[in-house]
Design a protein around this ligand. Structure first.
Ligand code: ADP
Length: 365
């Protein structure tokens, strides 16, 4: 087992595409890190550089004590799991799982023991003599995982391994991969575009955008204290609501004005232009002191909650609120939204988070 360390790593593809730029990241021994970001942000490139499937054009990658920039993939003691299972169709499950070990020259008893242990862990023991075509997608993905596990690698690298599965199976396999990773304690780098997957699985989330690191933190931290507007909008579903506001001094507090609302808070923020963010689940409808007036556009029940799609009465901004399922207003109903100042996020004109210290609502309009 090993730490994985990327120091100022960059990847420029032929043609000048800078896919990854100056990435610094240390994945601790035994840690489960999920790399997340929109399509094209450099997730796969990062993983493939750690695997040795792409060259590094700047910086250094180390696995354990060793810098591996020039080490061949097969000599890095990593195991990869991809979105496509890539099982050999003419081989049984047992043969598929044994293949890599046999190539590495392990003896028969060792191969059998490791394959049967992994099969038990993945609950596929009874499938060992089946061919891949006899298995469901979920079972095939288990075999692909088994093939990685039997190698007893220092590092697991997983690239969107669950995206071919249906929603229910995906949720189930998330839990299972977490359990196996925890049992084995193998350092894991897992790539996905799905922020829910990142939030539910990761010890720490690595958020990339446009090849650049945005934040590395535990899921709750990324959610509660996003480093910037990009992270704030990317983490959480539905996404955070954003309002462009002007802040001005107001009798010891700060007045926030937008086309949709005006209110004064006891905060210490320099006057200027900001983006104010509130998560859909942080709105309280029709609370005392609420101050964003809206009209209901669409009500979307999602079981435990309702998503309300609203328009602000002033300024016609779109707002999403997540409310208890008991509250099911009609289209056209007027709702005033409030929120705790603790749950307010503020971003400067460069997008960076501006800390808002504890405050008290003193006025509403
Ligand atoms: P992600 O996995 O986040 O979707 P990638 O790492 O696949 O992103 O790609 C990052 C950027 O690098 C994209 O702009 C993509 O088009 C580009 N890219 C990826 N692979 C290659 C390649 N082999 N040659 C040139 N450009 C590439």
């Amino acid at each position: 087992m090993s730490q994985v360390r990327l120091s100022n790593v960059s990847k420029e593809y032929d043609g000048g595409i800078l896919a990854v730029e100056g990435l610094d990241l240390t994945v601790d021994d035994g840690e489960f890190v999920v790399v997340v970001g929109p399509s094209g942000c450099g997730k796969s490139t990062t993983l493939r550089m750690v695997a040795g499937l792409e060259t590094v054009t700047g910086g250094e990658i180390a696995i354990g004590e060793h810098v591996v920039n020039d080490v061949r993939p097969q000599d890095r003691n990593i195991a990869m799991v991809f979105q496509s299972y890539a099982l050999y169709p003419h081989m049984t499950v047992r043969e598929n799982m044994s293949f890599g070990l046999r190539l590495a020259g392990e003896d028969d008893d060792e191969v059998r023991d490791r394959v049967e242990d992994a099969a038990e862990m993945l609950e596929i023991s009874e499938l060992l003599d089946d061919l891949p075509k006899q298995l469901s997608g979920g079972q095939q993905q288990r075999v692909a995982l088994g093939r990685a596990i039997v190698r007893d690698p220092d590092v697991f690298l997983m690239d969107e391994p669950l995206s071919n599965l249906d929603a229910k199976l995906r949720t189930q396999m998330r839990t299972e991969i977490q359990r196996i990773q925890e049992d084995l304690g193998v350092t894991t780098v897992y790539v996905t575009h799905d922020q829910t997957e990142a939030m539910t699985m990761a010890d720490r989330i690595v958020i990339l955008n446009d090849g650049k690191l945005q934040q590395v933190d535990p899921p709750e931290r990324c959610y509660d204290e996003p480093n910037n507007e990009f992270v704030a909008g990317f983490i959480g579903s539905p996404s955070m609501n954003f309002f462009e506001v002007t802040a001005t001094d107001d009798d010891g507090g700060v007045r926030f004005e937008s086309p949709s609302f005006e209110f004064t808070l006891d905060v210490d923020v320099p006057s200027g232009e900001y983006t104010l963010g509130v998560r859909p689940e942080d709105f309280t409808p029709d609370c005392e002191g609420g101050y964003v007036e809206t009209v209901v556009d669409v009500v979307e029940p999602v079981g435990s909650d309702n998503f309300l799609y609203l328009q602000t009465t002033h300024g016609s901004s779109e707002v999403v609120a997540r409310v208890e399922s008991e509250l099911r207003p009609a289209v056209g109903d007027e709702i005033t939204l409030g929120f705790d100042v603790d749950d307010m996020h503020l971003f400067g004109s460069d997008g960076a988070r501006v800390a808002v210290s504890e405050t008290r609502l003193t006025d509403s309009a």
